[in-house]
Design a protein around this ligand. Structure first.
Ligand code: CP3
Length: 354
């Protein structure tokens, strides 16, 4: 394997000393970049782009050509798993994902095929190994999956939702059906992430985008429980290196201690939690990733820089911080503002590492 030229992202996740705070952005390959829109045009639509190995590789590398980022993230989507389960995923322009065949009952669940992620989602594994080759050790490659709960919300709702009433109705009225769905998804996610690790992913992140809409007991029972099962069964060392795991529950700030207790290496924070408070609570156990409000990228470069400075100051000195946004970058952001964000981290963070 090629030697890794920039390992500060992996080192920070393991809370080892670094020269400056590493930075990447959730959704860093996306519609805010004109070159992404051009490549997606070539592919046809978004799903075809995910399934086209050379083009998925091309868009993964695009943000790295523009900005001094410390990690690449596989270009794919969390909904590849329900797609492989035959739910009929499609994207309606401007409306987000939709499924032709949502899961609303025990019968729907019983009708799902058994899949093997490594073969049924081989295009994802091919993308990982191709991107890893193209990176040639420049920065580490992050693999990812949705959490079972977050995948289940899309599968039960049949798409995005404002109130998640179908997913919650199933969870409260037929908890055993929801548990079976979640357990099946956890097993698939384990194979899916381990497949990505074997194909070359050097860290993995689990996106629990909708865990934060649950009550505390329900979060633990229906979301965290299954992320725990995943953490317990992931390959944690590959090619002589630790493969760090990042758990990101959006709106999960009140449960940081429990999330850290899973044995994950790092916890992703959205912007609603003060990163200094989070560090005081759990920063001696895990690394923290985050947490600028992505909407701040609509402000001026000077205001963005000030906010980056504030977050660095609140985290304080020493290792264990990976800078990121608190959620994905949005299509309307100007690339030069994303650049101002990343350069501010590069320029302002060395003083916190001596
Ligand atoms: O971060 C990256 O650059 C890697 C790629 C990535 C995508 N989706 C590409 C994408 C990652 C890590 C995801 C994760 C994902 N996908 C999540 C979890 C993170 C989060 O944002 O909460 C979720 C919930 C999804 C499901 C999904 N995919 C939705 C709701 C949408 C539509 C919303 C939108 O932004 O339009 C997608 C589509 C999607 N996934 C796009 C991209 C670049 C936009 C599609 C396009 O090009 O038109």
């Amino acid at each position: 394997m090629t030697e890794l030229k920039n390992d500060r992202f992996l080192r920070a996740l393991m809370r080892q000393p670094v020269d400056r705070t590493p930075v990447w952005m959730m959704r860093q390959a996306g519609r805010y970049l004109p070159e992404y829109r051009a490549t997606r045009e070539k592919a046809g639509d978004f799903l075809s782009l995910c399934k086209n190995t050379p083009l998925a590789c091309e868009v993964t590398l695009q943000p790295l050509e523009r900005f001094p980022l410390d990690a690449a993230i596989l270009f794919s989507d969390i909904l590849t798993i329900p797609d492989a389960l035959g739910l009929g995923l499609y994207f309606e322009t401007g409306e987000g994902p939709k499924f032709k065949h949502p899961i609303r009952s025990k019968a729907d669940l019983d009708a799902l095929p058994a899949i093997k992620a490594e073969t049924d989602l081989d295009y994802v594994m091919n993308a990982v190994s191709t991107i890893r080759g193209a990176l040639n050790g420049r920065v580490p490659l992050i693999g990812f999956s949705g959490s079972p709960w977050t995948l289940a919300t899309y599968m039960v709702e049949g798409g995005s939702s404002k109130d998640f009433r179908e997913a919650k109705k199933l969870m409260y009225s037929e908890p055993e059906v929801m548990h079976r769905l979640l357990d099946m998804l956890a097993d698939i996610v384990i194979d899916y992430l381990n497949g990505q690790i074997k194909a070359g992913a050097q860290a993995v992140q689990i996106f629990d985008t909708w865990g934060g809409l649950l009550s505390t007991w329900a979060y633990k029972e229906f979301s965290l429980n299954y992320m725990q099962k995943i953490v317990d069964n992931l390959i944690r060392e590959h090619d002589g290196r630790r493969v760090p795991v990042i758990l990101f529950t959006k709106n999960g700030g009140q449960w940081l201690e429990s999330i850290a207790d899973t044995g994950a290496d790092a916890v992703g924070l959205d912007w609603t939690t003060d990163i200094g408070d989070a560090r005081a609570r759990i920063g001696d156990r895990v690394a923290l990733q985050g947490n600028m409000d992505p909407t701040m990228l609509y402000a001026s470069p000077a205001r963005i820089r000030e906010e980056v400075g504030d977050i660095l100051r609140r985290y304080g000195s020493g290792p264990g911080h990976v800078f990121n946004l608190g959620h994905g970058i949005t299509p309307e952001v100007k690339p030069e503002n994303a650049k101002a964000f990343i350069e501010a981290v590069v320029e302002l963070s060395p003083e916190y590492h001596s």
